[in-house]
Design a protein around this ligand. Structure first.
Ligand code: ADP
Ligand code: MG
Length: 260
């Protein structure tokens, strides 16, 4: 019998007093949070409370937002994500992102959509690209549906398939963390189910953070939940605890639907 410690509580990502300002206005304030390895963490809270703002701070997406400024610390495996010596492109490979609306390049083939990130860094080896394409599409549960038409445009797929294609593209560069910002908000219930199942499968390989305004979704897919309200992290705990016996009154009011 081996005595290896369980990795259940291994910290993959951590923020310490992280704030994001848009000009003078804070989008989120002093958030200290730990994201555990190979678990699903949900960010919940009413519209405008800072979920997207905080999520984007985790892979330096605000570098691309004019007027946005990040203070405090964000660490991946103990390394400062905002260290000036670190290339933000490297960070975004380690910490991939899937957006609210599916983002395939509509006229580009399914195949090229998946391997776009690899081609961008100069990988041309066809058998390697083939391998990554198949692996990523299998991981995103799309392979069986598209394997016979990899050359057709990404835009020819249904919305739910396009979102799985976006996930395949994010997975192709083998990220350690996948950030998902309301990934099912534009999808029908059946496609939503499919993505939720997929999250359950993927979490064995990759650490997942999902922003959702759908509390049932958070309780179905996540291990841990962070509740945000007007730019503040109000409460962070195991999902079962947040949804059955939260510590904070605000959390309880939110999860019982007293405000939206
Ligand atoms: N690019 C931006 N410029 C200025 N303010 C922004 C920008 N993006 C978001 N905000 C503001 O930051 C706050 C948090 O927004 P956001 O993170 O989008 O919330 P959520 O994702 O929880 O709905 C809101 O007050 C919003 O208006
Ligand atoms: Mg948002």
């Amino acid at each position: 019998m081996n005595n290896e410690p369980s990795n259940e509580n291994k910290i993959r990502l951590e923020t310490i007093d992280l704030s994001v300002f848009y000009g003078q206005n804070p989008g989120v304030k002093n958030v200290s949070l730990q994201i555990f390895d190979k678990q699903v963490t949900a960010f919940i809270g009413p519209s405008g409370c800072g979920k997207t703002t905080f999520l984007r701070a985790l892979n330096r997406m605000h570098d691309l937002t004019r007027g946005a400024r990040v203070t405090g610390k964000a660490l991946i495996d103990g390394t400062d994500i905002y260290d000036p010596k670190i290339d933000p492109v490297t960070i975004r490979r380690k910490i991939g992102m899937v957006f609210q609306k599916p983002t395939p390049f509509p006229t580009m083939s399914i195949y090229d959509n998946v391997v776009a990130g690899l081609k961008l860094v100069g990988i041309k080896n066809k058998s390697l690209l083939d391998e990554v394409c198949e692996r990523s599409l299998r991981q995103s549960a799309l392979w069986e549906e598209v394997k016979d038409r990899l050359k057709t445009p990404g835009g020819s797929l249904s919305g739910g398939q396009q979102q799985r294609l976006s996930i395949a593209r994010a997975l192709a560069v083998e990220p350690e963390v996948l950030l998902m910002d309301e990934p099912t908000s534009s999808l029908d219930p059946q496609s939503t189910n499919r993505i939720e199942e997929l999250i359950g499968e993927l979490k064995h390989q990759v650490t997942i953070i999902i922003v959702t305004h759908n509390m049932q979704q958070a309780s179905r897919v996540s291990d841990n939940t962070a509740f945000f309200y007007i730019g503040n992290l109000i409460e962070f705990n195991k999902t079962t605890k947040i949804f059955t016996n939260p510590d904070q009154k605000r959390t309880e009011e939110y999860i019982t639907g007293q405000f939206g």
